[in-house]
Ligand binder design. Structure first.
Ligand SMILES: Nc1ncnc2c1ncn2[C@@H]1O[C@H](COP(=O)(O)OP(=O)(O)OP(=O)(O)O)[C@@H](O)[C@H]1O
Ligand SMILES: [Mg+2]
Length: 255
């Protein structure tokens, strides 16, 4: 496997906060559709922010597509697309303008920027929102715009932190069409966090489970289900819940 995303012994403690990551070793292969699962506060967003150079790690190393953030910071920024969990959009800008600005930031000409903005507005069905100010968008439409913004420069690696929160079923289906198309036909590596396990079950092939800043499982979704279940055909959500119940048993924790 060629590691497209590689973390080696990453640690992070927030000032006056918890030890959010306690030595993360993780590899994600090129072209994988990978999901990082885990309970609230497990460290998922912290890992995404470190990988996307938005937060400093305390120690450890990581690389994206062979690039070291210490040496190839600009290359990494151009290689990745990121939609963070928190919504931070310029409130007084319109959807179309924001997309065009983002395209310009990545070096597209005016005409190219308009064309790319149009494509993404179409892809995420934001036509009726095109001229609306971001502050007036609904939660789900903000998430669509975040995903569109992440894609302006056709990144080879996509980090999506709970991208579909608040999207209606049609928007979610549309979102997955776009993402699976990018993954399957263009080989884009996808690193996704989600609490919607039916989505992960349907679309992801590889996964990791993080709890309390430590990875507890890394492998295929199919293997995870097999490991948890004794012969039963369970969904990923059922398997996840069974795994959580087992790991909260005192015996399990001390052995
Ligand atoms: N800026 C911060 N300052 C202090 N502590 C923080 C900060 N950001 C996150 N934390 C803490 O670090 C830990 C990991 O948080 P993180 O946001 O990475 O979890 P998560 O797995 O993304 O959770 P969720 O599923 O709720 O999004 C939590 O205990 C959280 O409270
Ligand atoms: Mg999070």
């Amino acid at each position: 496997m060629i590691a497209e995303i590689l973390f080696k012994n990453i640690t992070k403690k927030y000032p006056k906060g918890p030890e959010a990551l306690k030595g993360i070793d993780l590899e994600v292969g090129k072209g994988e559709l990978f999901t990082l699962l885990g309970p609230n506060g497990a460290g998922k967003s912290t890992l995404v922010k470190i990988a996307t150079t938005l937060t400093e790690k305390d120690s450890g190393e990581f690389s994206i597509a062979g690039n070291d953030p210490g040496k190839d910071f600009t290359t990494i920024r151009r290689t990745i697309g990121v939609a963070l969990q928190e919504n931070e959009l310029d409130p007084s800008e319109t959807v179309e303008n924001l997309l065009r600005f983002q395209c310009r930031l990545f070096g597209l000409s005016k005409d190219q920027a308009q064309q790319r903005a149009d494509e993404l507005i179409r892809a995420f069905e934001l036509e009726t929102e095109r001229l609306k100010k971001c502050e007036t968008l609904s939660g789900g439409n903000k998430r669509r715009l975040h995903c569109a913004l992440a894609l302006v420069h056709r990144p080879g690696v996509l980090f999506l932190d709970e991208p579909t929160v608040g999207m209606d079923p049609e928007a979610r289906a549309r979102f997955w069409q776009v993402i699976t198309h990018l993954n399957k036909t263009e080989g884009v590596t996808v690193f996704l966090t989600t609490q919607y396990l039916e989505e992960a079950d349907k679309h992801a092939t590889q996964m990791a489970l993080i709890m309390g800043g430590t990875i507890h499982y890394r492998g295929s979704v199919t293997e995870f289900k097999k490991m948890v279940n004794s012969g039963e055909q369970l969904t990923l959500e059922e398997s996840y819940l069974a795994f959580m119940t087992q790991s909260h048993q005192p015996d399990f924790a001390t052995n």
